[in-house]
Design a protein around this ligand. Structure first.
Ligand code: PLP
Length: 364
């Protein structure tokens, strides 16, 4: 059993994927080939955002978004400490200051009620992360941002395909950033990502920054990066889009089934999903005590698990210096208890039953 089963997915989509890759090899336009614009158009249709700019990775999407909004050294960005490092990393890389608001214990997403008290004169943006595939309280966050004239960047690396109050993740705020890292809900076969926005000026800025700040060939109107997504990776995502809606439905079905099977177990706490949103179920994460021994027991039965994330970012060596005496109790508790179980559209019911019975046997 794999934590994320990419092999079964490839077998199911082999002819589409092989054909798409072959087409790129035949035309040979490896950089900014026709698949790039084709994918961007399909992603616009899927999300409803006005613009899509594919980029080299989810990390690059965050970086380019922050550059496009003009984040300056000393500017503050309010975000969650309970996420992959890239979210905070890109703020720090640009000389900005991440300011952490703690998470909700039951969803592990940023607690929108704790954001306003963190706003100062230097605050420029709020960066919620749609963790494990579920969006945060985006309307509340957007309302705070509107009052203080802040930009909202959704880190939607884990939530492509999720919905919030009838709208798609990536199209819920000023900018939305997703990742096509292979194990994400919509993955390529390497690195890739995309930025979504309905703001024309920001879209133009992102497009220029993606290609070294060029507005036309060898006209560098701003400082940029080499941030393009490869044509080949766009081709893979195009092929995978063909059954993506089915995959999201399947993930929802499997998550519902996990919920039914695990609900009865004492010692396993399930995360909440709010009624007004559907998760993309990038992960199926539960909360347990004595996680190390549970993981070992599952591993002994060849059941892979993952911990996202074992330490909140204010406790990571690279960032701890910025956050002395910082106490974020809900994030710290979640980091000790979260356990990710195998999840992918191709997980079978019998595999899922094995996971559940192994977990039952491993509980203290
Ligand atoms: C995966 C991930 C990223 C980074 O995406 P890459 O494509 O790996 O650069 C950023 N933020 C979150 C929350 C992620 O899960």
């Amino acid at each position: 059993m794999e934590f994320v089963d990419l092999k079964t997915q490839y077998r199911a989509l082999k002819s589409q994927i092989d054909e798409r890759i072959q087409r790129v090899l035949d035309h040979g336009q490896y950089i900014m080939g026709p698949e790039v614009a084709e994918l961007e158009a399909k992603l616009i249709a899927f999300t409803g955002a006005k613009h899509c700019i594919t980029v080299a990775s989810g990390t690059e999407a965050l970086l380019i978004s922050l550059m496009a909004m003009g984040l300056k050294p000393g500017d503050e960005v309010i975000t969650t400490p309970f996420t992959f490092a890239a979210t905070t990393e890109m703020i720090v890389l640009l000389g900005g200051k991440p300011v952490f608001a703690d998470i909700e214990a039951d969803t592990c997403n940023i607690d929108a009620t704790l954001i306003e008290e963190k706003i100062t004169k230097r605050t420029r943006a709020i960066m919620p992360v749609s963790l494990y595939g579920q969006c945060a309280d985006m309307d509340e966050i957007n309302a705070i941002a509107a009052r203080y004239h802040l930009v909202v960047i959704e880190d939607a690396a884990q939530s492509f395909g999720a919905t919030y109050r009838g709208n798609k993740s990536c199209n819920l705020s000023t900018l939305g950033c997703t990742s096509f890292f292979p194990s994400k809900p919509l993955g390529c076969y390497g690195d890739g990502g995309a930025i979504f926005t309905s703001d024309d000026a920001l879209a133009q800025a992102c497009r220029e920054i993606r290609v070294h700040g060029q507005s036309a060939r060898y006209t560098h109107v701003r400082v940029g990066v080499g941030g393009r997504m490869d044509t080949l990776q766009c081709a893979v995502v195009l092929a995978k889009l063909e059954r993506f809606e089915w995959e999201i439905k399947q993930r929802r079905r499997l998550s519902e089934r996990y919920r039914e099977l695990l609900n009865a177990l004492t010692g396993v706490q399930l995360l909440a999903v709010r009624k007004d949103r559907d998760s993309a179920w990038a992960q199926y994460t539960v909360l347990v005590e004595r996680r190390t021994s549970i993981r070992a027991a599952l591993q002994a039965q060849y059941i892979p698990t993952a911990v996202h994330y074992p330490k909140p970012l204010h406790q990571q060596p690279a960032y701890a210096g910025l956050f002395r005496d910082c106490k974020l109790a809900a994030s710290e508790q979640a980091a000790e208890r979260v356990l990710g179980l195998p999840m992918s559209a191709d997980l079978s019911y019998s595999q899922q039953d094995r996971v559940v019975s192994a977990l039952r046997g491993a509980l203290p």
